[in-house]
Design a protein around this ligand. Structure first.
Ligand code: HEM
Length: 532
């Protein structure tokens, strides 16, 4: 969801439309050279204008400290991690503004531990949909997610959708399914030469099958089949959506001209995945209409069943577009975030072998050290709190959603004693909050003990300082789902393997971030060694 950090561009839509119209003339006019010249001229003017606006803080926000865009851009280009960026780019503005500061133009970024102000922001103000709708209608992100899914809407529409979905995430977690998938996934590790495994694709396959079965009652078959159409198509979309060239959605249409094959491939993959998801929903709807599934108890129904049943009762999705947006959102949010988080977790334990050993000792103490795969029970997990401490610390360091979607300040607001004028877009910058030295002691250090019962997280803070899933009513619906799956994956991997970074790893001198929009490790390979 961090994808929408590109909100800077929304107010440039008129200029983009003008250039687009000029561009269309290229195909119509007899004087093609002249039209081409006009197009280029208008494009350069637009780029200069947007660059200028990136540096200019509007008068109404000049009372706030601002972050210089050049070091920020350089830090992103250098693939720096969040803690380095917090130190080198955000630190001074964060300190001066008590956590409230401006980045670029018209953006207030909040990175604070002042308790209520966070919840105040995310619950009171609506998500800023202009970020989506100002993009051209052919914008790939709009094409994929739509604008009506539960993650994007606010007010009554949000309440109605979330009420239908909540029961699917409040029932007890599918522990056995998570365990079985993990066990099946060991074959992927065994099949890699030298058990050197590109770790993100590995976790993506396991987590995709989990959301498929638990969320949609559908087996994507990603673990068993390397070439399954689902992960393959999704990979094309992920690669396209998070490539730096889509940082400027107002230029989507132009990029389509400049990179036609990239655009064609991306749009083709989006059409394909959306089509597959809607076919899956159609089949399920037909089953429900034929009452095939009527024996499933209410509290065991998957998310898709709940959504379709509500639709059949006339209380569900207002349109096919809303259903499609929700399927796309759950497909993406339901697995990519968890896969990224697990990848960073394995990295952390590869470079902190002492933590890996301690975690393994705890797991073996509860689950035994036999030479066979064992699926943990809920009770087992409860007895190994260290796993959750490791996962929480990893989520602090590498929040998979580094910023929340922008909110629109609907009225003049006082934030930590600082005046924020009406209509200012506000972004909660989780990365900066989690790596703010005024909030966390030595934030660059990996230290799971922060989350011990008497650790820093419990004793130091009054307000919310750990927010990878956001919080409150608008918090992540999949928090328990994700954390439970992560604990099971970690417990079973610790029992079966030890792991390290290969000698030639590009991460030996520190982690390299592959994508800053949804924090991803760059080409991370983990080398596993079997224990039995
Ligand atoms: C490590 C894993 C995950 C992280 C860090 C994460 C993070 C977040 C965050 C920060 C938000 C709030 C976004 C905002 O307000 O702008 C959010 C919302 C959401 N997440 Fe997650 N998420 C994770 C896993 C999941 C999973 C497994 C699912 C589904 C099974 C999921 C589904 C959603 C949905 C549907 C929303 C929108 C909720 C709403 O607006 O009512 N997420 N997530």
């Amino acid at each position: 969801m961090s994808l929408f950090v590109t909100s800077r561009s929304y107010s440039l839509e008129n200029a983009a439309d003008i250039i687009k119209n000029v561009c269309l003339q290229v195909n119509r006019t007899s004087n093609k050279r002249k039209a081409l010249f006009l197009t280029l001229g208008a494009t350069v003017a637009l780029v200069i204008r947007s660059v200028y606006r990136l540096f200019r803080v509007p008068r109404s926000l000049r009372h706030l400290p601002s972050v210089n865009v050049i070091p920020l851009a350089l830090s992103i280009l250098k693939n720096e991690d969040a803690s380095t960026r917090a130190r080198t780019v955000f630190a001074s503005a964060m300190k001066q503004g008590n956590g409230v500061f401006v980045v670029g133009y018209e953006q207030v970024v909040q990175a604070t531990n002042q308790g209520n102000s966070f919840l105040f922001l995310v619950e009171r103000f609506p998500k800023r949909l202009e970020v989506l709708s100002a993009s051209h209608e052919e914008s790939p992100s709009i094409k994929y997610f739509g604008t009506n899914s539960v993650g994007f809407v606010s007010g009554e529409s949000w309440r109605k959708q979330r009420k239908v979905m909540n029961p699917a995430f409040r029932k007890s977690m599918p522990i056995h399914m998570f365990g079985s998938l993990t066990k099946r996934s060991f074959k992927i590790i065994e099949d890699h030469p030298g058990r050197q495994v590109p770790i993100l694709p590995y976790f993506q396959r396991v987590t995709l099958d989990a959301i498929g079965i638990a969320g949609f009652g559908f087996d994507f078959g990603a673990i068993e089949d390397m070439n399954s159409v689902w992960p393959q198509t999704y990979e094309t979309i992920r690669h396209g959506l998070f490539s730096p060239i889509v940082l400027f959605p107002f230029l989507d249409w132009l990029l389509g001209y400049i990179f036609p094959s990239h655009w064609g491939k991306l749009n083709g993959a989006i059409d394909k995945l959306n089509g597959l998801l809607m076919d899956m929903a159609k089949q399920k709807r037909e089953q429900l209409q034929a009452s095939v599934d009527s024996l499933t108890p209410e509290n065991e129904k998957d998310l898709l069943t709940l959504m379709l049943e509500a639709e059949l009762r006339g209380e569900g999705s207002a349109s096919d577009e809303e259903l499609q947006g929700n399927l796309a959102l759950f497909f993406f949010a339901g697995h990519d975030t968890t896969a990224n988080s697990m990848s960073f977790c394995l990295y952390n334990l590869a470079v902190h072998q002492n933590v890996q050993s301690k975690a393994r000792d705890d797991v073996l103490g509860v689950m035994g050290d036999g030479k066979e795969d064992i699926l943990p029970t809920t009770d087992d997990l409860r007895q190994i709190p260290y796993l959750e401490m490791i996962l929480k610390e990893t989520l602090r360091q590498f929040a998979p959603t580094p910023t929340l979607m922008p909110r629109s300040c609907k009225e003049d607001t006082d934030l930590n004693g600082i005046f924020i004028p009406k209509n200012t877009p506000i972004i909660v910058e989780l990365d900066a909050l989690h790596n703010n030295p005024a909030v966390w002691k030595n934030p660059e250090r990996f230290d799971p003990d922060r989350f011990a019962p008497d650790g820093e997280n419990q004793t130091r803070f009054q307000g919310a300082a750990w927010l990878p899933f956001s919080a409150g009513h608008r918090g992540c619906i999949g928090l328990n789902f994700s954390l439970t799956q992560q604990r099971i994956l970690l417990a079973m991997l610790l029992r079966k393997y030890t792991w390290r970074l290969p000698d030639d790893s590009i991460h030996r001198d520190g982690i390299k971030i592959g994508n800053f929009q949804n924090t991803t490790p760059a080409s991370l390979v983990i080398e596993f060694h079997p224990r039995y």
